[in-house]
Ligand binder design. Structure first.
Ligand code: AHG
Ligand code: MN
Ligand code: MN
Ligand code: MN
Length: 325
């Protein structure tokens, strides 16, 4: 049996990175236990304030954020953290070599209905050791990530992680508290007939995306010549996990809804870590045209349209956009 600890010892020589990953995943155990108790742990419902995104915060958004913040502040290798739930990055240990970005609780609208939620994390190098980290230190392209992963609090708690080249998955054993390796090289098919999108936003999409979805809905009688199926978890972690397990296409496209000018998803702690996982599993990840991991960020909370999953399908969407007239 390979545990997360033995996997890190065998596959990653960066002991500081391993230590920070261990800190994040240990908090994941606490969040998993809280979720198992649910209403009995008084963690459901609204926190009573809005976050920098303009969203009504859930109690668990705040609690998960604070658990990660407190744990990473104690980790000497963490120079600072950026979170969906914090207006600005928070400095930690100036001598640390790593920056940690996270979406502490992804899929918040699922919390109160007992549906899948997750935690997404991204780890970047800190270039100004000895100095207090600031927002600008986090503005690195996704191709600079040293590691990325997520915890999916589903019927079981799964950790997906990529450090060097592979995507690996662990399942949390609630009896021992160990993350046990269950997949050591996740690869996804280049083709798929399953897609994930919130179709209620159709009227806000650009024409090429409307055309793409129209083609999928037309099925076998249409230009694609086959029927498609759809799934929508309303938690990016759940949709991405399904794609890592059986392929598929996920998109939260550019939309003109007031609060979602570029789309709803955030580049630094949703799109970038998920794109690294998907690419390392042989998939593609774009903003419909450009590779997400090459985007040079200008703000820690900037949004980005996302199209990711089975490579040939992501390329099909890109060609549709590039050649659209
Ligand atoms: P978060 O709960 O961290 O704010 O993220 C929610 C995101 C993402 O997880 C999910 O794919 C998407 O919002 C769902 O959007 P809709 O509620 O518009 O379907
Ligand atoms: Mn949110
Ligand atoms: Mn999220
Ligand atoms: Mn969130």
């Amino acid at each position: 049996m390979t545990t997360l600890t033995s996997y890190l010892d065998q596959h990653s020589t960066n002991t500081e990175l391993n230590d920070v990953i261990t800190t994040v995943t240990n908090v994941g155990k606490t969040i998993s236990q809280l979720l198992r108790k649910g209403a009995l742990a008084d963690i459901l419902g609204e926190a009573g304030n809005q976050n920098v995104q303009g969203e009504e915060q859930k109690k668990l958004d705040v609690l998960a954020n604070d658990l990660l913040l407190d744990a990473l502040a104690e980790n000497t290798h963490c120079a600072g953290v950026a979170s969906e739930e914090l207006d600005n990055a928070t400095p930690a240990n100036a001598d640390g070599s790593l920056l940690v970005l996270f979406d502490p609780l992804d899929g918040s609208s699922n919390i109160d209905i007992n549906m899948a939620v997750g935690t997404i994390f991204s780890i970047l190098p800190y270039q100004r050791q000895g100095q207090t980290s600031e927002n600008s230190d986090f503005l690195q392209a996704g191709n600079q990530q040293l590691a990325a992963g997520y915890l999916l609090y589903g019927t079981s708690t799964i950790l997906a992680l990529t450090i060097t080249e592979n995507v690996v998955m662990f399942s949390l054993d609630p009896d021992t508290g160990d993350y046990v390796l269950i997949e050591d090289n996740v690869q996804i098919d280049a083709d798929t007939s399953e897609y994930a999108i919130n179709s209620s936003n159709y009227r806000y999409w650009r024409a090429p995306m409307q055309q793409y979805i129209d083609e999928l809905i037309a099925g076998e009688a249409g230009v694609r010549g086959r029927d498609f199926n759809t799934r929508w978890v309303a938690a990016m972690v759940g949709d991405v996990h399904r794609i890592l397990c059986r392929g598929g296409l996920f998109t939260y496209p550019f939309d003109t809804k007031y609060a979602h000018k570029a789309g709803k998803l955030r580049l630094m702690y949703e799109a970038n870590p998920m794109s690294l996982l998907i690419e390392r599993a042989g998939g593609g990840a774009t903003d419909a045209v450009n590779r997400i991991l090459d985007i040079e960020p200008t703000d820690i909370h900037q949004r980005v349209p996302v199209v990711l999953g089975s490579k040939n399908e992501v390329d099909y969407v890109k060609n549709l956009h590039v050649n659209y007239s």
